[in-house]
Design a protein around this ligand. Structure first.
Ligand code: BTN
Length: 262
């Protein structure tokens, strides 16, 4: 067991999330390990933590740096949802992660779909991976990487300019165990609200925490590039973008770059 793995259980205030916990010093990717455990039947709420990742994965085929001092965490979820509603879980996780980071005293906002930014710089990323048949979700693995106490110098050149860490923002170290406990508690709370009330309460909170809505953005997705004003989040977590010609673009996934505030 790692130091973080040992410090976490006494702080947990969850029913299921983190009650089965695996903590590694070093691993390729906590998401890969969580997917492997999910296939073997790991229960809902199983958490995989690592001190370092050697093959961390990001969204859209990118890699995620595995520097020590940060949080690398994956959670196995077994939600009772039809597979077509799985995309709603992306904003559920983003809202939970944003609230946990804000609880640590850092004013994070959500860059659509699920990056956390502080002052325009990325402090956390989320990778959600679904395993489902046509009728049933087998598992959803939620991977969260938070730059907590890691040093900027340990980040690759291409992300250093656009990334920050909680320590850099606050000027002091942050307890990773408390942050992870808060994240799991928030995530369980939002999963409960989503199960009871559907996507509407998540959408309301996501809008409040969004750093993208109301700004001019460039969206890059599988269909190409579009520019416009990020106007709203739709009923499934998609982004509604108002083009300059007045027409509306609906994006389900992709990357946005902020151009300037409007
Ligand atoms: C992104 O912003 O592109 C998503 C990054 C997700 C990184 C986390 S770190 C823990 C988990 N394991 C992985 O390999 N990736 C996720």
């Amino acid at each position: 067991m790692t130091a973080l793995g040992a410090a976490l259980p006494p702080l947990l205030r969850t029913r299921a999330l983190g009650r089965t916990l695996v903590a590694h010093e070093e691993i390729g990717s906590t998401n890969d390990e969580a997917i492997r455990l999910a296939r073997e039947g790991a229960p809902h709420g199983t958490v995989v933590l690592a001190e370092r990742q050697t093959a961390g994965r990001g969204r859209r085929g990118r890699s995620w740096a595995g520097a020590p001092g940060n949080v690398f965490l994956s959670v196995v979820l077994r939600p009772d949802l039809p597979p077509r509603r799985a995309p709603e879980l992306v904003p559920v996780v983003a809202v939970a992660a944003a609230e946990a980071v804000r609880g640590a005293g850092v004013d994070a906002g959500i860059k659509w779909p699920n990056d956390l930014l502080v002052g325009g710089r990325k402090v956390a990323g989320i990778l959600t991976e679904l395993s489902a048949s046509a009728e049933r979700i087998q598992s959803v693995v939620v991977g969260v990487g938070v730059n907590v106490n890691g040093l900027g110098a340990d980040l690759p050149d291409e992300v250093r300019a656009t990334a920050t860490s909680l320590r850099e923002v606050l000027g002091r170290d942050v307890s990773r165990a408390e942050l992870v406990a808060a994240l799991l508690e928030r995530l369980e709370g939002w999963l409960d609200r989503h199960a009871a009330g559907g996507f509407a309460p998540v959408r309301t909170r996501y809008r409040e925490l969004s750093a993208t809505l109301g700004t001019r953005v460039r969206l890059i997705d599988a269909d190409g590039t579009v520019e416009g004003v990020a106007e709203d989040i739709d009923e499934a977590g998609g982004l509604l973008l108002r083009r300059d010609d007045g027409t509306l673009e609906r994006a389900r996934t992709g990357d946005v770059t902020s151009l300037r505030s409007v």
